[in-house]
Design a binder for this molecule. Structure first.
Ligand code: MSP
Length: 507
């Protein structure tokens, strides 16, 4: 990655309700990535926030009898609270009502206008305020003869109005080249999906203005004050505001070269066809990596407020007892290619199998041995047979993390724990006369699993490393087997409590 700078973003979420496990999914994966690169010593900027303008929020505030600003002020705090509960270490929480953002949006739209990328026209079409987008005939579904939103499964509204368009069509060849030949979208099949859609349907110009009498809650269009700016244009530009585009271009460019943007596949079109084009119009290359994940589903259907099948973050925290455990489960189920069906049975077995019985048990066993046999003081003595197995796995985990394959990295960390438990069973150091080699080797293995899990479970792993008497450093050296000359072990906490027997709710 260029010059040691990494810029991580999540989508900015609509604060029309509190966040649920679907929002936590993206945000936790982004946070783990930010913490990973920070652990390696990169200069990391991690942006998340709320998308506060537009019809959806305007209507939600109306429904609650509140002014939109008062409503989003309240709800953005709710988001921050949940991110605190999940230990999300963002560098900035951006709100699209932040003055620097509103100013940037106006400036950019004015620039696009001056460059001739914007023109006046009439829009006729079917709109979903849930998605804040128009649906073409090919995209909507027909229920009882009426056009329906395929995501929210409710009728679309017919809208015909004066507007301004952004000339996306002019960038069709550019987009196809970037998607087909570039390496910006991960996994690559999402790039192919968008490219095929463009080849089939073309790249239509995008309506970027809304008449104020319909959508008053938005940023004013600088060159025609009868309009507000379309919420998606406003929202996408948050990624530029977040790292000071326009204010400090040198800094912006450094971070932009190391940008990793996380999204769910629901907003893939906006983050490729619209976002990459918008960037190109401003002379900015696409992000270094757009990481796209599948949906969390409930019985095969996307989980979301509108379908009323939401699993709450509170339920997860209550069931597994800590932010770390919830973060671990998210890391373990992370799936970029496929949707992931929510299941308490699977989550319980991850918690019990991986955290309680495998990793937690290993930590207790090894620290107890070190204390009992050596009073905690264990000198360096490497057993090469086990060390070479662990070294290879650590290497693979590092590569996985660097490629943002978080689920693989977490799984490999569990493999190291598993191998080390088996190593202890085989070597039975408790029955040996001088087991220093086995115990040191096991301690090193525990340390490395713990370091690898640090981005996923920052609190618990810190406590465990403290018990091992090890400081967390920045950089890759600490991942070498045999890095610690002498251990001074203290008693470790019981990191994960057994789940109480509970009825598994069928999900
Ligand atoms: N405000 C827009 C994004 C603008 S970004 C410039 C938006 N907000 S949203 O609140 O609807 O959040 C969508 C994102 O939330 C998804 O892209 C995904 O990251 C996350 N998810 C919401 N529900 C989800 C699932 N059921 N499964 C997986 N991710 C989910 O769209």
């Amino acid at each position: 990655m260029s010059e040691n700078y990494v810029y991580i973003t999540t989508p900015i979420y609509y604060p029309n309700d509190k966040p649920h496990l679907g929002h936590a999914y993206t945000t936790v994966l982004a946070d783990i990535t930010a913490r990973w690169f920070s652990l390696l010593g990169y200069n990391v900027f991690f942006l998340t926030g709320t998308d506060e303008h537009g019809l959806k929020l305007q209507r939600e505030a109306e429904k609650r009898g509140m002014q939109p600003k008062a409503f989003v002020d309240m709800m953005s705090e709710v988001f921050k609270d949940y991110w605190r509960k999940l230990n999300i270490g963002y560098s900035r929480f951006i709100r699209t009502t932040d003055p620097d953002h509103e100013e940037l949006v106006k400036r950019v739209v004015e620039e696009l206008w001056k460059k001739g990328f914007v023109y006046k026209g009439i829009y006729r079409g079917w709109y979903c305020s849930g998605c804040e987008k128009f649906y073409s005939e090919k995209e909507y579904v027909v229920v009882d003869g009426k056009p329906y939103c395929p995501i929210h499964q409710r009728p679309l509204e017919y809208i015909e109005e004066e507007t301004y368009f952004l000339k996306l069509s002019q960038f069709k060849d550019y987009m196809l080249k970037v998607l087909r030949e570039g390496n910006h979208v991960f996994p690559k099949n999402y790039a192919d999906e968008v490219a095929s859609k463009i080849e089939l349907e073309g790249l239509q110009d995008l309506s970027i203005a809304r008449p104020k009498e319909r959508v008053s809650w938005g940023i004013e269009l600088p060159f025609d004050k009868r309009f507000t700016i379309y919420v998606w244009i406003d929202a996408l530009l948050n990624y530029l505001t977040g790292i000071g585009y326009g204010a400090d271009m040198e800094r912006f460019e450094k971070f932009w070269r190391g940008s990793i943007q996380f999204i769910g596949k629901d907003i893939l079109w906006f983050h490729t066809a619209v976002w990459f084009t918008l960037l190109a119009m401003l002379g900015i290359p696409p992000p270094r990596k757009l990481v796209v994940h599948g949906y969390l589903t409930v019985r095969g259907q996307k989980m979301g407020k509108s379908l009323g099948n939401v699993v709450s973050i509170d339920d997860m925290l209550a069931r597994y007892g800590s932010a770390d455990a919830v973060r671990f489960i998210i890391a373990r189920i992370a799936n970029f290619e496929k949707d992931s069906d929510i299941s308490w049975d699977i989550y319980d077995s991850i918690y019990s199998g991986d955290l309680v019985n495998n990793y937690g048990n290993l930590v207790r066993r090894v620290t107890a041995l070190a204390l009992k046999i050596f009073n905690g003081e264990v000198e360096k003595d490497v057993d090469e047979s086990h060390a070479s197995v662990v070294r290879q796995l650590v290497q693979k985990a590092i590569e996985s993390y660097n490629e943002v394959r978080i689920n693989d990295a977490t799984k490999i960390a569990m493999d190291i724990a598993h191998e080390t438990n088996a190593y202890l069973n085989r070597e039975a150091p408790w029955a040996k006369e001088s087991p220093v080699k086995t115990v040191y080797t096991a301690l090193e293995s525990v340390r490395l699993v713990t370091l690898l899990l640090h981005p996923v479970m920052p609190t618990t792993t810190k406590q465990i490393l403290d018990a091992l008497g090890v400081e967390i450093e920045k950089g890759l050296n600490q991942f070498n087997f045999g890095y610690i000359e002498k251990y001074r072990v203290k008693e470790a906490p019981i990191p994960f409590k057994k789940l109480p027997k509970q009825e598994t709710q069928a999900q």
